[in-house]
Ligand binder design. Structure first.
Ligand code: ATP
Ligand code: MG
Length: 415
């Protein structure tokens, strides 16, 4: 029977892992400069956590959850694989009393997320996110920090991006707006999910990938949330725009940008790329979610955050391959194996960025050399009779020269 990886998930092979780790490293290095500390969250959480945070009507909760069989002592709890990171961070915040534990409440996480989606380029059922969350810091400084950090990371990764922003206001602003939405959009022939959204969470209609074109055509000033912002929301959005203008941050206001999760309020944003199809061209997304902590803590805590879609960034970047000094260790006969191992150990201990290949037993010299050549070794050390006089033959594969070298000089030669 042929066994293959399951639909929508994939193996990451070494060249892909190299990219993923590089992106992770860049993200990590930037956020640590701004005082963010890492938390590692469990992959399994209670379904209730997401239902209560992401929202009953969100795509994730309605149709994208990977439920797992719970046969434990608390089998009445419905368990799922995490579809995103923010809800888990918020749960940890409450569970471990972050409020009193950390004076600065800036956290980051990295790891796999799981959503049951239709797999396509840049959209998988198991994918990676790098996320940042800031708690207890009111707008607008925390919004500016987020945007500055994301710009820095994408620039360091040499990704060309377009930043789209919006304000989805507070409950107060949305009340009137949602009524108008329902009135205006009821006559449109919408997809089944949107019909449901119209009753339960009309704003999220704008996040629909199926009805996107229809909504764009129908879009008017009346459907523009920007025109419904209360004074407080309008002011804070304008302060953000003003700061962006002064900082020279390029952005586009997209009044149809609403985000797919329920917990957002006020300032929201998405970073898009032209290099991927419109349905999955968002590389990083986030915004404010000041109301979310209240749902769990019954206390108001300011919050904002963002998540990078690492798999999509992997699609759009090229990285310079790190060239380590690669040295092959060949033995002309198996009786020199231990000498080969000892020399290899010495080199590994001496050089920080060296890669040694070999020694191998039971292989002809010819096949050893072929392997070193295919592995792109810069040097090959031939261990043979000369070792009795503490010497080895060094083959320089690049300059095509060969010389017999005293062991104590070896390190200088291959430096
Ligand atoms: P989309 O609208 O593309 O479905 P989303 O709004 O569901 O994205 P978020 O929950 O905000 O996405 O997640 C943040 C980022 O994670 C996205 O912008 C995207 O880059 C990435 N992402 C989300 N879902 C997937 C997936 N199934 N496969 C790969 N990356 C994903
Ligand atoms: Mg989605």
């Amino acid at each position: 029977m042929e066994i293959k990886s399951v639909r929508g998930v994939r193996d990451l092979l070494p060249h892909q892992v190299e990219k993923l780790r590089y992106i992770e490293k860049v993200c990590r290095e930037v956020v640590e400069k701004y005082g963010f500390v890492e938390i590692i969250l469990p992959t399994i959480e209670e379904f209730y956590l997401y239902q209560h945070s992401i929202g009953q009507t969100s795509d994730i909760v309605v149709k994208q959850m990977f439920e797992i069989v719970n046969r434990g002592e608390d089998s009445n709890k419905k368990l799922v694989l995490r579809p995103e990171g923010t809800a888990g961070v918020v749960r940890a915040f409450v569970e471990h009393n972050f409020k009193n534990k950390f004076p600065l409440k800036r956290f980051f996480y990295f790891g796999q997320m799981f959503r049951y989606e239709r797999p396509q380029k840049g959209r998988f059922r198991e994918f990676y996110q790098f996320g940042i969350e800031i708690f207890n810091e009111p707008q607008i400084a925390s919004d500016l920090v987020l945007i500055n950090i994301i710009n820095k990371i994408l620039t360091a990764l040499k990704v060309k991006y377009d930043l789209e922003i919006n304000s989805i206001g507070c409950k107060k602003c949305r009340e009137e707006f949602e009524k108008i939405l329902v009135k205006k959009l009821s006559s449109l022939k919408l997809c089944d999910v949107c019909k449901d959204r119209l009753n339960k969470n009309p704003l999220r209609i704008f996040d629909c990938k199926i009805d996107a074109e229809k909504l764009k055509e129908k879009f008017s000033d009346e459907l523009n949330i920007q025109n419904y912002l209360c004074n407080t929301c309008r002011n804070s959005f304008e302060r953000i725009l003003d700061a962006f203008n002064k900082q020279g941050i390029r952005y586009k206001i997209n009044p149809m940008l609403v985000r797919g999760l329920d917990y957002y309020n006020g300032f929201v944003f998405e970073y898009k790329t032209e290099l991927l199809d419109a349905a999955q061209n968002t590389l990083c997304a986030g915004g404010r979610y000041d109301g979310l902590l209240y749902r769990f803590l019954k206390e108001d805590v300011y919050a904002c955050g963002a998540a990078f879609g690492i798999d999509r960034i992997m699609e759009v970047i090229n990285i310079d391959k790190k060239e380590n000094l690669k040295v092959g260790i060949a033995v002309v006969d198996d009786k020199y194996l231990l000498d080969g191992f000892n020399i290899g150990e010495e080199l590994v201990n001496c050089f920080k960025d060296i890669v040694i290949v070999g020694p191998f037993s039971g292989k002809s010299l010819k096949s050893q050399l072929r392997l070193f050549n295919n592995e792109n070794c810069k040097y090959v050390l031939l261990i043979g009779d000369e070792i009795k006089e503490n010497k080895v033959v060094v083959k320089d594969f690049i300059n095509k020269i060969q010389q017999t070298v005293e062991m104590k000089k070896l390190k200088e030669i291959i430096l």
